[in-house]
Design a protein around this ligand. Structure first.
Ligand code: 5AD
Ligand code: SF4
Length: 472
């Protein structure tokens, strides 16, 4: 079936807002609280901001305490089994509270809920869940919530709503309650067409679809006007931005367009697929002064045999060449990556190829994962020759190397002066956290009133995870 990009109509978005107002009126003036619990990636964090935007429009305030929440929304991740188990554990644990407070509404949404098998399991075994809907239903959360409210009070509390469609729309004009005032997520596209053989994302988030660059630039502009100083463009594979949208900019063009917006802010982006990262992109990064010199470039494996089985579309050699080119073109480039250990068929030799390649590239930080078979993906049915112990041992060795690489790179920053954005407050001696242009975490001492400010800092110390500095 050919994929057709479809946009949500403005009228449909407006209708959802009207439903929020209706729910607000029906529930009346009393205080009510919601908790939105987010698992997984930044895209999910961004989706949770829309859930909160809708809930705020229904008159809900937000709480971190489950007991206090009238509505608990669990926005789930399906990328690894571990996250899924945690979701089931936490949702199961809500049953006791629900017994005492049957009026509490539990919502399970996001990537897990897009899978028919999981919806079936929730329907059968997690009766605590009142509403369960997939990623494609996010835009119509108010309509589904209204339906849930209607059936929720039915005798025996048997009214439950389960919905998911395959129809993925590009939705503009949805309300959003953002976390924080300094850093903002800006989703530029959704879905993925790559079908890496281990990955569930294309199945739960659908085919790639990009927003229009005018809409993205308008949102970026409003964020800058609202005082946000760090904007992260989000997409499963930002390098293929604009593909299939006639006359649209490509990702390098989009970076240039956002860079041209007036204001003192930084542009970051996540995630780049190595096969689509081009010289044009690196040049745009180098030429756009607001674009952070940071590339998160998931390698996954350093073995050509495994990369092929993963359907990644590049070789160890071509990956290395790209990182060399990027480093040459972008001064002070910070490189980070994702690695999967224990993919089916990975031998000790394959693993050593990965270890060696990561050491050759030199990463500031590596997100390391043990391969987790995802039902429905091709690799899930492949034999894994290595034992759990072997895989754990490889993982431990990789982590040790990753930590050593990070510590050495961080150590080399000591004595340098960096421009940072102060973006968080902490308990303890170092009361502030900040990020360098390349995204390195720098802990500082200073007053909370500095939150959201730029500062020049001298780096005085470091460890595996962070730098320490003094404001000068
Ligand atoms: N098992 C382990 N790690 C996975 N990732 C994606 N799918 C799986 C899986 N089935 C990792 C990849 C990806 C990151 C977001 O999660 O490294 O880049
Ligand atoms: Fe998954 Fe590969 Fe798409 Fe990333 S590029 S979301 S790993 S299928």
């Amino acid at each position: 079936m050919a994929y057709e990009r479809q946009e949500l109509s403005a009228a449909a978005a407006e209708e959802q807002r009207e439903i929020c107002a209706r729910i607000n009126a029906v529930l009346g003036p009393g205080e009510r609280y919601a908790l939105v619990d987010t698992y997984g990636c930044q895209q999910n964090e961004s989706d949770s901001e829309i859930l909160r935007g809708y809930l705020a429009a229904m008159g809900y305030s937000f709480t971190e305490e489950e007991e206090r929440a009238d509505v608990v929304v669990v926005n789930t991740c399906a990328v690894r089994e571990h996250a899924q188990m945690r979701v089931f554990g936490n949702v199961g644990a809500l049953s006791a509270q629900k017994r005492e407070h049957p009026e509490k509404i539990v919502v399970l949404c996001g990537c897990m809920a897009q899978s028919p098998e999981i919806r079936e399991k929730v329907k059968r075994s997690y009766r605590v869940v009142d509403l369960c809907f997939g990623t494609n239903e996010l835009w119509r959360f108010p309509a589904l919530f209204e339906k849930t409210l209607e059936v929720h009070g039915l005798p025996g509390n048997r009214g439950r709503v389960f919905e998911a469609t395959d129809e993925a729309l590009v939705a503009e004009g949805l309300p959003r309650q953002r976390d924080g005032k300094v850093k903002a997520w800006l989703s530029i596209m959704n879905g993925c067409n790559n079908f890496c053989s281990y990955c569930i994302v294309p199945y739960v988030r659908g085919r790639e679809r990009s927003r229009r660059s005018e809409e993205i630039a308008a949102e970026a502009e409003s964020l800058v006007l609202a005082g946000y100083k760090d904007i992260t463009l989000l997409g499963q594979n930002v390098n293929s931005y604009g593909r299939g949208l006639e006359g649209e900019l490509n990702f390098a063009g989009l970076l240039r367009k956002i860079n041209a917006i007036d204001g003192d802010f930084r542009i970051r982006f996540m995630t780049s697929h190595p096969k689509d990262a081009t010289e044009e992109l690196f040049t745009a990064m180098a030429e756009c002064e607001k674009v952070a010199p940071h590339l998160h470039l998931p390698l996954q494996s350093g073995s050509d045999r495994i990369l092929k089985a993963m359907n990644r579309g590049y070789t160890a050699e071509s990956y290395l060449k790209k990182t060399e080119l990027a480093r040459k073109l972008i001064p002070g480039l910070v490189l980070t990556t994702d690695i999967i250990v224990g993919f089916p068929g990975e031998t000790e030799e394959d693993f050593l190829d990965t270890l060696r390649l990561t050491e050759t590239v030199g990463y500031d930080s590596m997100f390391t994962f043990i391969y987790s078979p995802r039902p429905g993906t091709p690799a899930a049915s492949w034999e894994n020759g290595a034992s759990r112990e072997e895989i754990q041992n490889r993982f431990d060795r990789l982590l040790k190397s990753a930590n050593a690489q990070a510590a050495a790179i961080h150590k080399a920053q000591e004595g340098k002066t960096l421009r940072v954005l102060i973006d968080a407050t902490n308990k303890g001696e170092y009361t502030l956290s900040s990020r360098s242009a390349g995204g390195r975490l720098v802990h500082l001492r200073g007053d909370a009133s500095l939150l959201g400010r730029w500062a020049q800092v001298k780096i005085t110390g470091s460890n595996t995870f962070a730098l320490f500095g003094e404001i000068i």
